[in-house]
Design a protein around this ligand. Structure first.
Ligand code: NDP
Ligand code: OXD
Length: 346
């Protein structure tokens, strides 16, 4: 299994092999670490707790409360804007409390001098396992026609349908990063003919998974897929990826699963494709506007299975451990772990 990209591997040092929290021999420098850390995350209190356990001297500030963060050096968050940056003139490091950094990079658009904070993301085995489980569930739920059987049970109807097997269902995963590769391997292990697609070519890490690289190979990757999973990061290149041209290349009645970002999906084109039968089902964990507005068509469309951005979440100990290790590395002039290249967008 591919572990870390070269840009991530460079950091080495402060994290344990399973990449969740600092290893015991590295905890010592954290005990004396002094810093103010601002946190904006749904599980912010849990992350603050973990930070204080690892580095008892740090001052944690939850942005859900009225707090002074003018001396905050580190911000743990999923988004950034001008107001936040203005409130934190001492900010040097932004640690994403998850895998995606689009909401943070949006706040760094425009001219940024050398004083712009460094951005890192969290790579976490719990997140990887959670995403593989979600993607496997979504693919199997459709393959095994569970919407039909849930309705049949509600109607007390013993309504058997013919068997459908993984081997006859080609699944493609757009995005072959930490989450895409692990999800592909999980599906291949279940017997699905599995493909991945990403920008760069790479040696095969799993003979059961066929990899396609670059825009020129997109057509071959999509051709005849029965299920397409979007696990791309949101960048100017990937925005709107899930639209009519892509849907048209899939097998008729295909299943589309979006676990990337809402803005990957052209919502009206999806509804048209479902209504015409071009697509058979969509499983959506993310939406352009979250929470999804109450009057949105996705809530009631029979072809849409909706979940509220719960596919996977990084564990608080991983977020806290990686944030502290990166702060220490930044202060000591060492390479950071999972540092994001703002120009690349992920
Ligand atoms: P990674 O950065 O590890 O992987 C991103 C992959 O996308 C890489 O394979 C990369 O290619 C590929 N890619 C990027 N741009 C393009 C492009 N223009 N064309 C083709 N391929 C491209 O990200 P993760 O796997 O960790 O996470 C992916 C996304 O999943 C996150 O950005 C986030 O949006 C989403 N996510 C959703 C969650 C949820 O609960 N719904 C939870 C966590 C994450 P290459 O390998 O060549 O660099
Ligand atoms: C993430 C997410 O990017 O939760 O980690 O979407």
């Amino acid at each position: 299994m591919r572990r870390l990209r070269p840009r991530a591997r460079a950091a080495g040092m402060t994290l344990s092999m399973n990449d969740t929290a600092p290893s015991p021999d590295r905890v010592a420098p954290l005990r004396d670490l002094q810093a103010t850390i601002a946190i904006s995350a749904p599980n912010g209190a849990e992350i603050a707790d973990q930070l204080r356990q690892l580095a008892p001297q740090v001052r944690t500030r939850l942005l859900s409360e009225p707090v002074d963060v003018s001396d905050a050096e580190l911000l743990i968050t999923w988004y950034l804007d001008d107001a936040l940056r203005a409130a934190m003139p001492a900010l040097r490091l932004v640690q994403a409390n998850g895998a995606g950094v689009d909401g943070i990079l949006r706040g760094l658009q425009g001219p940024n001098g050398p004083e712009a904070p460094v951005v890192c993301r969290t790579v976490d085995p719990h997140l990887v396992e959670g995403m593989s489980a979600y993607v496997s569930w979504a693919v199997l739920d459709h393959l095994k026609e569970m919407p039909h059987y849930r309705a049949a049970q509600a109607a007390r109807s013993w309504a058997q349908r013919g068997a459908r097997h993984p081997a006859g269902n080609r699944v493609g995963i757009a995005g072959a990063g930490e989450l895409g590769l692990a999800s592909a391997q999980a599906l291949a292990a279940l017997g699905f003919p599995t493909r991945t697609w990403s920008r760069s070519d790479r040696p095969s890490t799993d003979p059961r998974v066929q990899h396609f690289a670059g825009h020129a190979a997109l057509g071959a990757f999509l051709e005849g897929l029965d299920c397409l999973v979007c696990l791309l990061p949101l960048t100017p290149d990937t925005r709107g990826f899930l639209g009519a041209p892509v849907f048209g290349a899939l097998a008729r009645g295909a299943h589309v699963i979006n676990v990337g970002r809402g803005e990957h999906l052209m919502e009206t084109q999806l509804l048209e494709a479902l209504d015409s039968g071009r697509l058979g089902r969509a499983t959506l964990d993310v939406a352009t506007v979250e929470p999804l507005p109450a009057d949105h068509a996705f809530w009631t469309h029979p072809g849409v299975m909706l979940t509220p951005h719960i596919a996977a979440r990084a564990a608080a100990p991983s977020v806290a451990g990686q944030a502290l290790a990166n702060l220490l590395a930044l202060r000591e002039g060492r390479p950071l772990t999972h540092r994001v290249d703002p120009a690349q967008g992920y």
